[in-house]
Write a protein that binds this ligand. Structure first.
Ligand code: BG6
Length: 494
């Protein structure tokens, strides 16, 4: 499982993602023996930094965010040797030529066979020019492979995404591109496939005959924090919907792949996206999608400011910080079954959960039950709690005929000794090994955009569709009505 010897280039090395996720992930891989000594990391950013200062940044980041921080001191001197910094103006080709020399000397020092992984933790507007300058500066002429790893947002709509893709494609082939959706790196998202396809309990029932609806909730307690500038332009639909929410939906809805190969799996996922029923009109969007923005509120005795008062947010902003939608996957497996998805900032709980609600049993055939039976539920807890929870009906002990719902709860994150890898560890490791499974392919990205664009267009035309909800609440009431129309309700998250 070792990664082949390679140089990791982290563009945006002084930024937040590098500090919180990437450096700690690299150390975890090293600590677990998934990186041997034949690797190097070159941090690239504009600001000047000495090698020692940069190594100090890396050290601090692992101390703060690393899973194995307590082991760091022992190995630090050896580990730190693998890290170098390059201050670079990304518009200056000469800088790339210097980077090439630096790279070659590191490759010689650590016996690395010319494999290069370029991780762009940068604004997407820069992806095209950085790719181009990598080529012009001779950075792609090494003896090994070249791979490009890019972060979201991948475009703003289908058109801009296609343009961005075209620019990157002038330098990198699709199979060299790794588009990150970090939700696909989460342990429990990956587990969805295993739970479905490895259990006789679930797969035979996984269709419109037995399932009544599926609910995906991705709640966050944070507001926009210091990202107002980006977020006010994007909004929840683009920030979470186009990517994480739809990707989780594909994992729930996809057909079993014929082989466990990246392309076979991604083929099945894109089929789900293509089967999403597009909203036919603005009225259709208004009826099926709810959009909200938080006003001031409170949580845990703390006052929370309104979205419009957040830093770098326009005081009359109509950007949504919440959305919920009712979707249909129009294929043989799912026809007629609603999928409800919702996500928002400043909700009461930080959680990602998938609830699969099964159809109700036909009435009180057996026991003289006064109330209708509760449906069976399968709850997949993705984040931050990880686990699985099944709600079944059982006889109430001591009673004649009363039935009550009981839970079978598997809490993965409660098990001693389980310290789930961070999404970025898994994804970096996969990219370095050349495994595309948990990265989004261009046709997936494009299909997701074309679905989302219809919603965005309708919102643009009807700004009045924005609902408000107090910070710290579960979002607009209209989101409850989405389900009530179908005779369902959101299951409370745990
Ligand atoms: C990011 C979004 O992709 O995901 C953020 O841009 C969001 O707005 C984050 O906060 C949530 O990720 P996680 O892993 O903390 O649930």
């Amino acid at each position: 499982l070792n990664t082949p010897g390679s140089v990791f280039f982290i563009f945006g090395a002084t930024g937040d993602l590098a500090r919180r996720k990437l450096f700690p992930a690299i150390y975890s891989l090293y600590r677990e023996g998934k990186l041997s000594e034949d690797f190097a990391v070159i941090g690239v950013a504009r600001r000047p930094r000495t090698q020692d200062e940069f190594r100090e940044d890396v050290y601090q980041s692992i101390q703060e965010f690393g899973r194995y921080r307590s082991d760091l001191n022992e190995e630090w001197n050896t580990f730190a040797q693998h890290f170098e910094y390059k201050s670079l103006d990304i518009n200056n080709i000469d800088g790339f030529r210097e980077l090439r020399e630096q790279t070659e000397s590191l490759e010689t020092k650590f016996g690395i066979p010319g494999n290069r992984l370029f991780y762009l933790a940068l604004a997407p507007e820069l992806f095209g020019s950085v790719s181009f300058n990598l080529m012009k500066g001779g950075m792609l002429d090494g003896a090994g492979w070249n791979r490009l790893v890019i972060e979201k947002p991948f475009g703003y709509d289908l058109e801009s995404a296609a343009k961005l893709n075209e620019e990157i494609n002038q330098v990198f082939k699709e199979e060299e591109i790794y588009r990150i959706d970090h939700y696909l790196g989460k342990e429990m998202v990956q587990n969805i496939e295993v739970i479905r396809f490895a259990n006789a309990f679930f797969e035979p029932l996984w269709n419109n005959k037995h399932i009544a609806n599926v609910q995906i909730t991705l709640g966050e307690t944070v507001g926009v924090e210091e990202r107002g500038g980006y977020y006010d332009n994007a909004g929840a639909l683009r920030d979470m919907g186009q990517n994480h929410m739809l990707q989780m939906l594909t994992m729930i809805a996809m057909e079993p792949p014929s082989r466990l190969l990246p392309e076979d799996i991604r083929d099945e996922k894109v089929k789900v996206l293509r089967s999403l029923r597009p909203y036919a009109s603005s009225d259709d969007v208004a009826e099926n999608v709810v959009r909200g923005q938080y006003t001031k509120g409170s949580a845990g005795g703390k006052e929370l400011t309104a979205y419009r008062e957040e830093d770098k947010v326009h005081p009359e902003s109509n950007t949504e910080t919440y959305f919920a939608a009712r979707l249909f996957v129009d294929n043989f497996r799912w026809a007629g079954i609603p999928f409800y998805i919702r996500t928002g900032k400043r909700l009461p709980v930080k959680t990602t959960e998938v609830v699969v609600e099964f159809k109700r049993m036909p009435g009180n055939v057996y026991l003289g039950q006064k109330h209708s039976l509760e449906p069976n539920l399968l709850v997949i807890r993705v984040n931050p709690m990880e686990g699985l929870y099944v709600k079944i009906n059982a006889k109430k002990p001591g009673s004649e005929s009363e039935i009550e719902p009981v839970a079978m709860d598997f809490c993965q994150s409660c098990l001693v000794g389980i310290n789930s890898p961070e999404a970025y560890e898994r994804l970096l490791h996969d990219a370095a090994r050349g495994d595309h499974t948990y990265f989004t392919r261009w046709d997936e990205v494009a299909s997701a955009w074309s679905f989302v664009d219809k919603i965005a267009q309708s919102w643009r035309e009807n700004q009045g569709q924005l609902e408000h909800y107090p910070a710290g609440s579960w979002g607009p009431q209209k989101a409850d009505e989405l389900l009530q129309k179908d005779g369902f309700h959101w299951w409370p998250v745990n």
